[in-house]
Design a protein around this ligand. Sequence first.
Ligand code: SF4
Length: 428
Amino acid sequence: MKTIDKTILDTEYFCIMPWVHFHALPNKKVLPCCMADSDKPVSNVDNKSILHMMNTDEYKKLRLNMLNNWPSDICQRCYDVEKLGTWSLRQSNNAVRGESSLNLVKSTKMDGGIDKFKLKYLDIRWSNICNFKCRSCGPEFSSLHAKEYADKKEGNLTVFKMEDIVVGNNKDGSFFERMTPYLHHVEEVYFAGGESLITPEHYQLLDFWLENEQTDIKLTYTTNFSVFKYKDKNVLDYWKKFSNVEIFASLDGMGSVAEYLRSGTKWTEIENNIKMVKEKAPHVKFHITPTISIWNVHQFPKFYEYLVDKRYINPTYDGGLRLNMLTHPWYASIQILPYAYRKKLIADWRRIRSNGNYDRSVRNAFAVVLEALKTKQSTSIDGLEKFFDTEFATDKMRSESLFESIPELKEVYQWMQAAKEVVNKDNS
Ligand code: SF4
């Protein structure tokens, strides 16, 4: 292992996260961060001290790999993102908290273990409690999905390795208790769900930091932005007391598209919530974190322009946007759409991509969507068939209608039927 100084932050595989971060999932898996491969957990939250969880053989090996600038399978997603030329979680955390945490790295033991854990950045997904059942989500991250699966599909949740409709890592409160001594050094917390604004541990954490006058902690959220009240608590009362609050609302469309895609949404209520936060807690930075998929790719450029026109987001301050491309379920990815349909969307995405008033990061994000739309070879008739079959089955279960909510997709369905006929004729 070479001498550790700040040059380590610029190496290919070093990452500060295993020294300063804690991440756990509702199913109790502990991972070095949310980008890490969830099939390769480094620990489990059951019956162990936090320091024990940070010193498993897997965690020690990961630290040693990083210190030696060797790659680790669990971190492949970061490397992939970097190859695309985009900033990874590894790079951004090295930049934000690398230098100030070097003393922790220097005290690493020869076997990769650590004697003390200074938690600076916290991201625990406490449970799958959620008031939505989004089309792209599933039982592991939404209790409503789990309930629907158990009730209507008469499904056995063990398929998802779940014992119950609600899964959580803190059901007896002991995980929170073990975490409490580490909360004093936290600089940033990321809340995501389930739905964090109706998760009890979210309020427990904020109460702890208020009692300890740690109101300069950065609070970052991914939320469906639908409900601000939980029992006797109102999250706005909390946000007013913290100086650094940043919201990434999971909004990918408006009107019937939003209501179909993220079942539970009432678009007018979401819009009222945006206005309310702007008025009552103006220091809260509001952004959206949309996922671009078959469901919303036709509407998104207009939706983004609508949010800008209404001044809900600021297109010049980092664009108010953290855009994701849907990869799961694969059959809802925009790349499988027929090219003839995609061609019509390209003009809209080009127009928005070339708007010089938008921040460069936004235009870059739109360029990624454009590239995907332009890939001619990726259309998949099988994928479209799977998409429509799944949608129609879910529609039946929920008494919803894809074509009533998103009539634009009728054209795609007709194209798929015609293409299937051609294939069948060729095969007969
Ligand atoms: S390299 Fe990436 S995946 Fe690995 S711990 Fe760091 S941020 Fe997480």
